[in-house]
Design a binder for this molecule. Sequence first.
Ligand code: CO8
Length: 257
Amino acid sequence: MAYENIIVETRGAVGLIRLNRPQALNALNSALLGDLNIALGAFDADGRIGAIVITGSEKAFAAGADIKEMQSLDFVDAYMEDFIGDWEKVPRIRKPIIAAVAGYALGGGCELAMMCDFIIAAKTAKFGQPEITLGVMPGMGGTQRLARFIGKAKAMDLCLTGRMMDADEAERCGLVARVVPSQDLLEEAIKAAEKIASFSQPVVMMTKETVNRAYETTLAEGLRFERRLFHSMFALEDQKEGMAAFTGKRTPSFKNR
Ligand code: CO8
């Protein structure tokens, strides 16, 4: 499949997607979203792929939604077309997605990174929700995911002032899982994705689903959901293999069954 706005490759069991609109700092337009949803869907459906990495360029993961595409939109069109509604497909991908972020992750770029399962940031990364400077507010999770992930104080600070935070601050407040030297970013993200892809795929997918439940439900319901899925894992050949390998002091060979 030929894509115009992203570059797609595989590295063993890892699916790699690079956002690729260098002329617009990877601003997220409808065409890019179309490409991204097709590529993510294809990796999700491909049994050989165990984890996905989304990255941008050295200068920008993505500098937000495409302002030039949005600027003449009116309310009725935005509402009737459910403008940006298709971004909801990204968090529905069942395999883990790592965002490897260097440079700007602003507005929709920060929101896309937050739709991924965790963020590995280069020292150069800058996160922000500058929509307020454009006369709008975040529309793709910036007010909701950010508040849940980093708390009200920082979410309000970023959304109301439009300021950017650097990678170290983003790690301190829990937005980012790891900060790495810029030259190591892609390699570290792929290494983490390879690690995930080496485990039992159904277990990996159920783990993602269960951690995400923590953001959707009460603690009691979440714990019940976790325990039920945990019980179900004893029906897997991979559970028998993983535990036999531990007691036999050998490396497990998971079959994704
Ligand atoms: N949309 C469209 N074009 C952009 C965007 C953008 N978000 N960001 C940068 N560009 C373009 C510039 O217009 C410029 O193009 P040209 O050369 O044709 O003028 C090119 O990229 C390079 O940008 P700059 O010259 O501005 O580069 P600088 O290094 O001087 O500045 C900045 C980098 C600080 C990142 C600056 O470009 C900037 O402030 N960009 C806008 C950031 C922003 O406000 N983002 C939020 C957008 S709104 C949003 O995301 C709404 C989210 C809800 C919907 C989500 C749907 C995906």
